[in-house]
Design a protein around this ligand. Structure first.
Ligand code: PAF
Length: 283
């Protein structure tokens, strides 16, 4: 496992692999690695000749009021977590290299970036698509891996890759959950033990929604109400939004169909947590 910090060196290594016709799997992260990142890395390892893990806390995807400065950064711990996975390169670029002075170009996926999380984080997805484009241009991966927990991010990146003719396969892997159902997230680190327990209300609300849908409920407003009731039963949880939407356009739906995305964001203490399920195999 080699640590690369400069864009030039990363480009040189990637170019060499390309001339040898090797496949490259990229797992872009902001560090604070956990089990869900490991599942992306392991799949990338199975699918490709080489695996690059990028760790970059991307300043442009944080709103001014958000947690950029306190976002957990612990490279030693990250290296411990990935020990034994067989990653070839850890790419840790500097912000000054990723965003050189005079930098003026951004990538924006219209409409999709303003819905769901984008309604309260107006610059977030532009920051994500810009940095992911930069990583794709530097590494030119064969495949890039993202988690379904960040469903909107994955949908937007897929749209961007199609729209901009990017020669990369976007692989989205299922949400990985802790034993009590809470989805793995770097931001779970912000939760006190009490808040961590309160966070169980999120998967519980989605499980209830799933059960109701399986029993035949298809009216989105009723499912939203049920999710809201469960979340509001937890005093430490503050519901930000619930969306029941079509999974490509992210347009809100009145009636739930196969593939419908049910997504929510909840604030607990300092953490803003997101989660989702999709309605599958409805007859
Ligand atoms: O999902 C994340 O960790 C980030 O949004 C990503 C994709 C690494 C871009 O900074």
């Amino acid at each position: 496992m080699r640590v690369i910090k400069t864009l030039r060196e990363m480009q040189t290594v990637a170019k060499k692999w390309h001339t040898e016709n090797k496949t490259i799997g990229l797992v872009p992260t902001m560090g604070a690695l956990h089990t869900a990142h490991l599942s992306l890395l392991r799949k990338a390892k199975i699918d490709n000749d080489f695996v690059v893990l990028s760790i970059f806390v991307n300043p442009t995807q944080f709103e001014p009021s958000e947690d950029y400065h306190i976002y957990p950064r612990d490279l030693a711990r990250d290296l411990e977590i990935i020990d034994g996975v067989g990653i070839d390169i850890i790419f840790i670029p500097e912000a000054a290299d990723m965003y050189p002075s005079g930098f003026k170009t951004t990538v924006e996926v219209k409409e999709l970036s303003t819905r769901l999380c984008g309604a309260v984080r107006p610059n977030h997805f532009q920051g994500v698509t810009t940095v992911v484009t930069k990583l794709f241009n530097i590494i030119k991966p064969t495949r890039a891996y993202f988690g379904q927990k960040d469903a909107q991010q994955a949908i937007i990146i897929k749209r961007m890759a199609v729209d901009l003719h990017m020669e990369v396969e976007i692989v989205v892997l299922p949400t990985i959950r802790e034993e009590d159902g809470v989805a793995y997230s770097s931001r779970n680190l912000y939760l006190s033990p009490k808040e961590r327990q309160a966070a169980q209300v999120i998967p519980r609300s989605l499980e209830l929604a799933k059960a109701k849908i399986m029993q035949g409920e298809r009216v989105a407003s009723r499912i939203k109400q049920q999710i809201q009731d469960v979340i509001q039963s937890e005093p430490l949880a503050q519901l930000e939004y619930i969306s029941i939407c079509e999974p490509e356009s992210l347009s809100e739906l009145e009636i739930i169909n196969e593939g419908t995305l049910i997504a929510l964001a909840v604030r607990i203490g300092k953490a803003r947590l997101i989660d989702n399920i999709t309605a599958e195999e409805l007859s």
